[in-house]
Design a protein around this ligand. Structure first.
Ligand SMILES: [Fe+2]
Ligand SMILES: [Fe+2]
Length: 272
């Protein structure tokens, strides 16, 4: 079991967000903004899944998971709150969150379904977040230095995602979830996640008026497929999830621990 600390981040979310806050790059900004737009609905679903999964455990296993589930929910709730403030600024910039409503609609089909489906979906999404988080923590300079507050926000969120990457996975196993369904959900979530991310990123660029600029496409190609490209570097870690003996703890979390240790002045641990 992992000891999960809930941290209150010392950032000012009142100040407005600049149009191209991420290294002055239109594509990268649109992509991160798109991800931020997915968090309020996504992280609420992860919290609900993990809470409901926990309730479905036999009492002896509940004891084993209690503290970790509490930490997980506390961390996701904090992420959700800060990203809601972040998203309010995006709205003021004229961006429209299309992802949120579509995800809410899609999640309706899960009502009344076996909780293991919920937890498997959460575990698949958490794998995505964990590998993206590690990528970001390894290459923090890609966030630029225009808005140090947002750099801190993204790296703190990444560090905690990496920290709690085992929770949903372990819960799924404790609930008797099998390998086949875990894989089936990962395949579906991959398609849905990539499509939704792309769709919202394109929408953000359209609203921003930069979709058809050569510099946007060049930035996208570099960021996704360049030497330090996101797709290039996360494809291997993503694929590992399909191994029968995979466990999230097999993937390194050193970058997360390092960031949390080196930036202790930027947050306050919250005691329960
Ligand atoms: Fe999160
Ligand atoms: Fe998470």
């Amino acid at each position: 079991m992992t000891d999960l600390v809930v941290r209150r981040l010392l950032v000012d979310m009142q100040a407005p967000i600049a149009r191209h806050w991420c290294a002055g790059d239109a594509f990268r900004t649109a992509l991160f903004n798109a991800l931020s737009m997915s968090f309020p609905v996504g992280e609420q679903f992860f919290m609900d899944s993990v809470r409901n999964g926990f309730k479905a455990l036999p009492p002896e296993l509940q004891e084993k998971f209690r503290a970790e589930v509490q930490g997980f929910v506390g961390q996701e709730a904090t992420h959700r709150r800060l990203h809601s403030l972040y998203n309010a600024h995006l709205e003021k910039l004229g961006l429209v969150n299309d992802w949120d409503a579509r995800a809410r609609e899609r999640l309706k089909v899960l009502q009344g379904q076996d909780v293991r489906h919920w937890v498997a979906i959460t575990a698949a999404n958490e794998h995505f977040t964990a590998i993206l988080a590690d990528f970001l923590l390894q290459h923090p300079d890609l966030l630029g230095d225009q808005d140090p507050r947002l750099v801190t926000l993204w790296l703190w969120h990444s560090a905690e995602e990496s920290e709690h990457k085992c929770t949903a996975f372990d819960l799924y196993r404790a609930l008797g979830g099998d390998h086949e369904w875990r894989i089936r959900w990962m395949k579906r979530i991959t398609t849905i996640f990539l499509f939704d991310t792309l769709r919202q990123t394109v929408l953000n660029l359209k609203r921003d008026g930069t979709l058809w600029k050569w510099s946007t496409w060049r930035g996208a190609a570099l960021y996704l497929f360049g030497r330090r490209g996101l797709v290039r570097l996360t494809y291997g870690p993503w694929r590992e999830y399909f191994r029968r003996d995979f466990h999230p703890s097999q993937q390194d979390s050193a970058a997360s621990r390092r960031w949390l240790a080196e930036h202790a002045s930027e947050y306050v641990p919250v005691t329960a």
